[in-house]
Each structure stands twice: as C-alpha cells, then as structure tokens.
Design a protein around this ligand. Sequence first.
Ligand SMILES: [Zn+2]
Length: 83
Amino acid sequence: MPKKASPTFVCPVCESAVLTEPARSAKTGGGSFEICPCCGFQHGVDDDDKGITHAQARAAWRKAGAKWTSKTQPPPKGWAKTR
Ligand SMILES: [Zn+2]
C-alpha cells in the first residue's frame, strides 16, 4: 500500500502546519528548499546557507507581527486561531 501523502507538515519556525513536505528530510537531513507560505522561511537555505536558527527566525517573524507572508497562497482555514 502506498503511503498517502499528508498535505501538511509543521513548519519548525512558525509552527503552522502548512508545508507540503517535511522541512528537513528524515533520511538525508537536507532541507526541503520549500519556502514556508506562513513565515517565509526557506528550509535548507535560510538555515543551512544563511545560518539563521529557527529560534531567530521565529523571533523575527513574531516581532514583525507574525503575519502570513505568501502573496500567492492564502492561509488555511482557521490558521489565525492556531497561532
Ligand atoms: Zn513557517
């Protein structure tokens, strides 16, 4: 039986379940290169290449108002309530 793909994975920065794949591969440890539509963090780039920790990114995102950042993808229903 093929495993059914889960539509959402939790972003380790903003803790919203909005990613289409895990932020970091359990197999390789590599980042997904997916940009979180919520906080805008690009996993595998902002952390690995730029050296920004999840805690730093979370603090910066919260300081900026903890807003939804994607202009092309709307937040899922009930997103605001989960924060
Ligand atoms: Zn995020």
